[in-house]
Design a protein around this ligand. Structure first.
Ligand SMILES: NC(=O)c1ccc[n+]([C@@H]2O[C@H](COP(=O)([O-])OP(=O)(O)OC[C@H]3O[C@@H](n4cnc5c(N)ncnc54)[C@H](O)[C@@H]3O)[C@@H](O)[C@H]2O)c1
Ligand SMILES: O=C(O)C[C@H](O)C(=O)O
Ligand SMILES: [Mg+2]
Length: 532
């Protein structure tokens, strides 16, 4: 009798407590009651459960909060309005200040809300994603990563370091959420176009997962940003007294791979169905880890595959913009500047798309529509020591080739001689599409030359929207990795600054993989995403 009563009272208590929990994630379906085991200040200090001043009096009583909050109860809507007002007044008060100061101030106010009250944070983020994406994501996230050790207040996500070898299988259970659906992991070795930022690169997985929540409706309690700290080769960071990562050079070779292997096994052991997105790994590890894990785990590399999907969508869009059928894609001449993880990812997917077009034989023999440059200029078959992934795209010499083009030819030379339909930059070199290059694009064989300046952040973009419409002309098609403003053209027309960033693809890839229960992420899935 007594036991029955105790069970019943526990049931009632649980039901009462559960009603106090906020939605498990804005936009996410809440499968059932969310049981809160905490009380009092532990709830106020937990951003998953905290409602700040929005706890009604009944909940304050039930959860031991009475007296711990100012007496006035505010509605969620009032809190929302208060936040947006303070954000807008920050905008007004910082007018005229340098962009970096304003952006960091905006990031701070959003980050403080994220630390305090996740329900409100994701609501304002989802409702204002167009305004807030450049703050929580590219380009401001780059600035945040550069200054991470100084900005650090609270940890977010998990950190696995080279010193944790042998411990990862137990460490993974330190993460408080029982279920994780989506993981973004980086080793910080190539953060945007900013190079090796070591542990400070954690800002990138955090920003990417915020986009997952806002754009794909992934439950924020089921996402996990991860930093694999295997050291850094950034001499400034190694000397920086505030640097929060391992102060040692990066692990290399088998030592490096054994850390990533152990991490992947640990993740898979605890959450076998989680999708793992690799992000901002330097080229050699981006390709190596993709090959190593893609058939064993549900994973993809966003810089190689996500970028390729977005760029392919842009390349096909450029054909459409000329009013031509998509099958004319094979007739487009495409110059790609940058033969790194992103550039080669784009070329590989574009080549696969080309091979599926009518009139092209299965091996694509006798057809090469791509010209690729790296830091040493045009890549040709005479280049020594080429990575095999790059060698596939090296130009030959002979009657089928553009006359007088040679190994190492400069960008302006290539553009003048090839007269490409599309010029695509993934070089990480700001301003490399200079006046001379853009004026040469004016002579393109396309009535609507397309210029995709895809490098990030803004300072690394190959050119600006202004320069494209000024030097290439009003018919140009422009897209960039970081956001730029539209340009006012003659007759009040607008020159559109479109955005070509993998954020338009990865949320869909992750969500699709989760919903379909896919065990692997294939090239076909990414191609389908690009072509739709
Ligand atoms: N818009 C997007 O969605 C997106 C996605 C992925 C990467 N990116 C950006 O692309 C850039 C490159 O990324 P990655 O992973 O390929 O880097 P990476 O380091 O692997 O490759 C960079 C490539 O650029 C070449 N390069 C350097 N200087 C050059 C020069 N002066 N002229 C021509 N080529 C030059 C290098 O030789 C190398 O081939 C970064 O800025 C990154 O932020 C953008
Ligand atoms: O992070 C971005 O904005 C896009 C891309 O993944 C990059 O590395 O630049
Ligand atoms: Mg990236």
């Amino acid at each position: 009798m007594w036991r029955q009563a105790a069970r019943r009272s526990a049931q009632i208590r649980r039901r009462l407590l559960s009603s106090s929990a906020p939605a498990a994630g804005a936009g996410a379906a809440v499968p059932g009651p969310c049981i809160v085991h905490k009380r009092g200040t532990d709830i106020l200090h937990d951003p998953w459960y905290n409602k700040d001043t929005a706890f009604p009096l009944t909940e304050r009583d039930r959860l031991g909060l009475r007296g711990l909050l100012p007496p006035r109860v505010m509605s969620f809507e009032q809190q929302y309005e208060r936040f947006i007002n303070s954000y807008r007044s920050l905008e007004n008060n910082t007018r005229g200040e340098p962009d970096s100061i304003v952006s960091l101030a905006k990031w701070r106010i959003l980050n403080r809300l994220h630390d305090r009250n996740e329900t409100l944070y994701y609501r304002v983020l989802i409702d204002n994603i167009k305004d807030f994406a450049p703050i929580i994501y590219t380009p401001t996230v780059g600035l945040v990563c550069e200054n991470y050790s100084g900005l650090f207040r609270r940890p977010r996500g998990m950190y696995f370091s080279a010193k944790d070898k042998g411990e990862m299988m137990s460490m993974i259970y330190n993460w408080p959420a029982e279920k994780v659906d989506m993981i973004v992991v980086t080793d910080g070795s190539r953060i945007l176009g900013l190079g090796d930022l070591g542990v400070q690169g954690i800002g990138i997985p955090i920003g990417k997962l915020d986009v997952y929540v806002a754009a794909a409706g992934i439950n924020p309690q089921k996402v996990l940003p991860i930093m694999l700290d295997v050291g850094t080769n950034n001499a400034n960071l190694l000397q920086d007294k505030l640097y929060l990562g391992l102060r040692q050079p990066r692990l290399e070779g088998e030592e490096y791979l054994s850390v990533v292997d152990e991490f992947m096994e640990a993740v898979h052991a605890r959450w076998p169905k989680a999708v793992v997105q690799f992000e901002d790994f330097q080229m050699k590890w981006a390709f190596e880890t993709l090959q190593r894990y893609r058939n064993r785990f549900c994973m993809f590399n966003d810089d190689v595959q996500g970028t390729a999907g977005v760029a392919l969508a842009g390349l096909l869009g450029a054909v459409r913009a000329q009013g031509r059928p998509l099958t004319d894609f094979t007739k487009q001449k495409i110059v790609v500047v940058g033969a790194g993880s992103a550039g080669i990812g784009v070329l590989s997917m574009a080549k696969q798309a080309m091979l599926r077009m009518p009139g092209i034989n299965r091996n694509g023999e006798g057809h090469n529509q791509f010209w690729v440059l790296d830091k040493d200029g045009l890549i040709t078959k005479s280049r020594k020591g080429l990575d095999p992934a790059v060698a596939r795209f090296a130009r030959g010499f002979g009657p089928d080739e553009v006359q007088d083009l040679h190994e190492g030819a400069s960008l302006v030379e290539v553009v003048k001689k090839v007269k490409p339909h599309v010029l695509l930059g993934l070089s990480g070199v700001g301003g490399i599409f200079n006046e001379d290059v853009l004026k040469a694009m004016k002579e393109s064989d396309s009535p609507r030359p397309a210029i995709f300046a895809m490098s990030n952040p803004t300072t690394k973009a190959e050119c600006t929207s202004e320069d494209v419409f000024k030097y290439v002309g009003e018919n140009a098609v422009f897209a960039s990795g970081s956001p730029f403003n539209n340009v006012i053209l003659g007759n009040g027309r607008k020159g559109y600054a479109n955005q070509a960033n993998n954020m338009y693809l990865f949320p869909g890839i992750g969500l699709g993989a989760l919903l379909s229960g896919a065990r692997h992420i294939s090239d076909g899935m990414l191609q389908a995403a690009a072509e739709w």
